[in-house]
Design a protein around this ligand. Sequence first.
Ligand code: HMG
Ligand code: MG
Length: 312
Amino acid sequence: MLPSRVSLVDVGPRDGLQNESRLVASADKIGLVRRLQAAGLREIEVTSFVSPRWVPQMADHAEVLAGIDRPPGVRHSVLVPNLRGLETAMAGGPGRWPDEIVVFGAASEAFSRRNINCSIAESIERFAPVAAAAVQAGIKVRGAISCALGCPYEGEIHPDAVERVVRLMREIGVQHVGVADTIGTGTPRRVQAALERALRHYPIEEVSGHFHDTYGQSLANIYASLELGVSHFDTSVAGLGGCPYARGATGNVATEDVVFMLQGLDIETGIDLDALVDAGVFISDLLGRPPVSRVARALLARRSASAEGHTA
Ligand code: HMG
Ligand code: MG
């Protein structure tokens, strides 16, 4: 039986924007977060406290975290690669701390080096004090495992490699793991195999899927995850996104497309699809291109047809 309720983390303000070469104003990032909150998102990844030399688009992380509204019941997360990132993320004082941090490792050695400039073992050494300090402060710690299905440098990744990182993350106190298909080459059975390795070490509510839609497999992969009982997914409004260190990888699966599929399965998300489409239009207009989301495009076409008096 599929879960009756699913939680979506909209990673649009972070994963969605990090790859954009034209700088988006901090006020517009804050405006996007506000629109996602209004659409009913209860988990939003707002920025990342990484080096501005590595990811210039995220250089305004402190302004964005300080500037967003903090309505009760909404969990705001940020990426943190090291202790310095955590210290900066916490510099605004307890009322402005992120609710959750994400440490991000990889199941591929080559990708780990390209993305965070260290081996997998070194990354875990770096994350250990970060996780301990965050937990001590009452901040939840998620771990993202990039290239869990495929790597732009190493090719297909075996589930053993995923399980190795899952185990290491568990040992250092990471409370939730996300199985990330960075380049979107995963297909349903392989996604299940990777998730099953995470489920050996984490309870089902602490395992999530993060699927980039480069090969159009994400909805099928989410359905395959639901079949296992997994009910947490990262998605990105308008289908924005990509990783600067995984060339050619496109955005995350669009939040609109996932919500539409889940509505059709009678699975509750608490998200208002029309308001979500508006949030996607807001950021897509700023970026000067239409939403990648197929559902958003279809609903927008229907809106304009009905405004012109046609039915679509
Ligand atoms: P490094 O060069 O090994 O580290 O980078 P370093 O300690 O030698 O520092 C180098 C420079 O960065 C120094 O500045 C530090 O001060 C600065 P410089 O003296 O050269 O001017 N620095 C920092 N600045 C701000 N905040 C910090 C920080 N730390 C050092 N926290 C480092 C190591 C991890 C910092 C770097 O590799 C980095 O920032 N990488 C981030 C890459 C990234 O953000 N990738 C995209 C996010 S991951 C992703 O998208 C995947 C995911 O979506 C899941 C999936 O789809 O797979 C999560
Ligand atoms: Mg990603």
